[in-house]
Design a protein around this ligand. Structure first.
Ligand SMILES: Nc1ncnc2c1ncn2[C@@H]1O[C@H](COP(=O)(O)OP(=O)(O)O)[C@@H](O)[C@H]1O
Ligand SMILES: [Mg+2]
Length: 265
């Protein structure tokens, strides 16, 4: 039987938003247009712009609204675009849009409220929650890892130099053991609930990888849901081999070939 994969972040986001219990985990998201960019920047001081069908963090950018003093000492609103390692400042949303437009190369993009991620040694990190269908047909969250961005990067993806860390020590830099365990439990339940919600539209779904941000008030935000999540980070990393054994056992049972490292995200 085939394993269902869904590329469009927008399609998946709309399905998750249909569930009241899950909608509050999703940062406000719009399809990119100049109007949407203007409206989002009126509401949020940080937004992320990303390809609807992107992977590996490719094409993910951020825009931050900044008030700076000009030469006359007046305060001006500017927009700081970060893309790859580059930073550019714009004095209007229109000029920002004119620079963004050719970068899109005709592809659909999304704008999402930007989350100020928790940090480890000054670098932002987010979390990956892996949820899989068990051989008995139940959704089970089988693992969680932290991903720390490379220096001066705004994205945590492995392909962009992001490094995998254990969940607990990352979280303990910000909270107590009990709080970290409470959040872990909430994330495991969230993975199961998101999988169940997506399965209503995609009946052959077998596995998901939730990209989750935690902000400095410990709110949990779903940045995206991958339907072909990488399994290899769960292999190398854990001292406890039973974690990857279970991941592998479930994956084998639903027919995933584990050699597809290159194409997974
Ligand atoms: N709204 C956001 N706020 C903060 N960081 C974000 C946001 N959206 C994406 N990111 C960062 O960019 C990375 C890649 O974005 P993501 O939506 O997961 O796309 P991809 O499919 O390319 O992995 C995330 O793991 C996270 O580090
Ligand atoms: Mg991602």
């Amino acid at each position: 039987m085939t394993i269902q994969r869904v590329a469009s972040k927008w399609a998946k986001t709309k399905i998750i938003l249909n569930n009241k219990g899950l909608a509050s985990y999703v940062p406000s998201t719009r399809q990119y247009t100049l109007e949407a960019l203007e409206e989002m920047l009126n509401i949020h001081t940080l937004v992320f712009i990303k390809p609807d069908r992107g992977t590996y963090g490719i094409g993910v950018m951020s825009v931050e609204e900044l008030a700076i003093a000009n030469q006359a000492g007046e305060t001006e609103t500017t927009y700081k675009l970060r893309h790859d390692q580059k930073t550019e400042i714009f004095s209007s949303v229109e000029s920002l849009h004119n620079t963004l437009q050719p970068l899109f190369k005709g592809q659909a993009y999304l704008i999402q409220k930007g989350i100020h991620l928790l940090r480890h040694q000054g670098r932002p990190f987010d979390l990956r929650v892996l949820t899989q269908k068990s051989p008995a047909g139940q959704w089970v969250s089988t693992g969680i890892i932290g991903r720390v961005a490379a220096k001066n990067k705004i994205i945590t993806n492995h392909h962009s130099g992001g490094v995998v860390h254990h969940y607990k020590p990352l979280m303990l830099e910000h909270m107590t053991d009990t709080e970290a365990e409470n959040i872990r439990r909430e994330l495991y339940v969230l993975g199961v609930n998101v999988a169940a919600q997506l399965q209503k539209s995609y009946p052959h779904l077998k596995e998901i990888g939730l990209d989750v941000a935690i902000d400095n008030r410990w709110n949990i935000w779903i940045l995206e849901v991958n339907t072909k999540p990488a399994l290899f980070p769960f292999k190398k990393f854990f001292k406890d081999p039973s974690v990857y054994q279970k991941v592998k056992k479930y994956a084998n049972a639903y027919g995933r070939k584990l050699s597809s490292k290159k194409k997974a995200n």
